[in-house]
Write a protein that binds this ligand. Sequence first.
Ligand code: PMT
Length: 317
Amino acid sequence: MDSMALHDEIDSFFDSAPPLKDAAKITDNLKKFIESNFPVSGEGKGRRVVCVTSGGTTVPLEQRCVRYIDNFSSGNRGAASTEYFIKAGYAVIFLYRRGTCQPYCRSLPDDPLLECFEFADELDVQVRKPYSEAVKGAIRNHHAAVSSGLLLKLPFTTIFEYLQMLRIIAISMRSLGPQAMFYLAAAVSDFYVPWKSMAEHKIQSASGPLDMRLMQVPKMLSVLRMEWTPMAFCISFKLETDSKILLEKASIALKKYKMHSVVANELLTRKEEVTVVTTDQNILVQRDKTRVDSDVEDPLIGLLVDKHSTYIKESST
Ligand code: PMT
């Protein structure tokens, strides 16, 4: 597709999207967050800032939405990666799907409120012993990251919210130059129903089988990379279920969208290993299998932080 046609598709996507609620407040919070980590008066020096996207986007089928199409992602990858980025000294803008896994909460059970707490007596509630360390750790680390201004959490549900927020974040991060990073782990819908052609009310099943035409969501990766934040270090993900096509598809995405690296993962083994695809090599990254509590995000973020350091050095020469 030529660049004019892509821009037309992108314009038509944003024009058809319902306006983002709280856009002014989000922009303001981002401005404050970025300025506190990368002061304008700091002569180009400050903390590196990464935008981590996490969880899947939904595609509503009705304006007063009862039904929607969803993209699979538990948010575990994004949440774990956020913890390691903060540990490595980054400030993180965590753009996440409401209700998915949160940083520092990975070791909590699925229903923390009901499983971690019990009545101490008739009135007071206490943490149940087996969960005591996990709950204390989650609260301590999460509050420390937010209150010290290292973690800004922005929730989305729909594809419309996700892409509008990604654009606002990218434009806000432009001033960071090469110190900015995008780590796009969210599972983003490929098809959508334009808002204006969407049924307002619940689609009635009595009308028979549903016949619906979905438009293709334009890939925003190339505009993010070339226009919204041209100096940022960009990592995208490629998820496949067929290992035979995974690396080739990742390599095509790397070139097509001019990403700095593409993290290729297979659905079934995504917690054990990923391959970081770059222009000159493919690097297999695996979880340390000798430790039960290890995860693949630990070595993955270590590798990407090193690559980002090299990129910053090369950009300044
Ligand atoms: O959350 P977990 O359960 O831990 O799982 C993690 C994960 C498997 C979701 C994650 O590791 C992952 O692979 N995320 C990307 C999944 C995906 O949507 O892949 P894709 O091949 O459809 O998209 C590739 C890239 O294009 C993504 O970086 C996406 O942000 C981007 N994209 C996709 C569609 C679209 N319309 N526009 C985009 O920009």
